[in-house]
Design a protein around this ligand. Structure first.
Ligand SMILES: C[S@@+](CC[C@H](N)C(=O)[O-])C[C@H]1O[C@@H](n2cnc3c(N)ncnc32)[C@H](O)[C@@H]1O
Length: 238
């Protein structure tokens, strides 16, 4: 089994692919004052949990969701099917988004492009007065060793000041920020733990390695749940 195949054997049939809760989406809609009939794009939508929250929260909005992985696209399409034509999910690269959108929502995906680079690219996809809401790994002011270990594979990790600087470098202003912490992570890691337990019996070597890595990640989070956060920011071009 290839490393990619093993990774996606684990990352399948999960309600979401990163930490987050519906209240994060509601906070961003409120902070950005997103109109009822907005054009919204959920970039790196994964299996579509936030796409559905956006569809419920803005029943007159037109929503486009995009992800690179076909099996996430299929899962998200099934999830939002009850909302009809006004919610569309496509396979694609978030670097190529065109718009125009009143809100670009991106939970746990912008780091694939880099905060500054991604915000620069998305500027042209925003309608006048449009906003971007994105979540990004964030260290607390005095991180524990567990938190440092947790983010060891993400060299761009910084505290909130570092994220603000990357937003500023893209020539955007910040309208609001809050931490995604605690329950938002258990909502992700609870189902992931259950999937590890399901796949563990008889798992081939390649898959076992991926399951071990995911267990280590969860154990590090359990050792310091108050230290491990995404920052969620609502930003707009200056
Ligand atoms: C950490 S997951 C977050 C998924 C979802 N937003 C959520 O919170 O459940 C990151 C997602 O980014 C997607 N992704 C990675 N690179 C991408 C790209 N260039 N364009 C679109 N999606 C991408 C992955 O397929 C994955 O679904």
């Amino acid at each position: 089994m290839t490393p990619d195949a093993a990774f996606f054997a684990l990352h399948r049939d999960l309600p979401r692919e990163g930490p987050g809760q519906a209240e994060d989406v509601h906070w961003a809609l409120y902070t950005a004052a997103v109109p009822q009939d907005a054009r919204i794009c959920d970039l790196a939508c994964g299996p579509g949990a936030d796409t559905r929250t956006l569809a419920k929260a803005r029943p007159r909005a037109r929503i486009t969701a995009i992800d690179l992985q076909p099996h996430f696209v299929a899962a998200a399409q099934a999830l939002v099917a009850p909302y009809g034509e006004r919610v569309q999910v496509h396979q694609g690269d978030m670097a190529d988004v065109t718009g125009p959108y009143d809100l670009i929502w991106c939970a746990g995906g912008l780091y694939f492009l880099g905060v500054t680079e991604g915000l620069r690219r998305w500027r042209g996809a925003l309608a006048p007065g449009g906003h971007v809401a994105f979540s990004e790994p964030c260290l607390p002011p005095r991180p524990s060793q567990s938190a440092v270990d947790f983010w060891a594979d993400y060299p761009a990790i910084s505290g909130i000041e570092g994220i603000r600087a990357r937003v500023e470098a893209a020539d955007y202003q910040i309208l609001g920020e809050r931490m995604v912490i605690g329950g938002a992570w258990s909502d992700y890691y609870g189902p992931l733990s259950r999937r590890i337990a399901l796949l563990r019996p008889g798992a081939p070597a390649g898959l076992s390695r991926v399951l071990d890595e995911a267990e280590t990640e969860i154990a590090r989070w359990q050792a310091a749940p108050d230290d491990i956060a995404y920052a969620l920011l609502v930003v707009a071009p200056k």
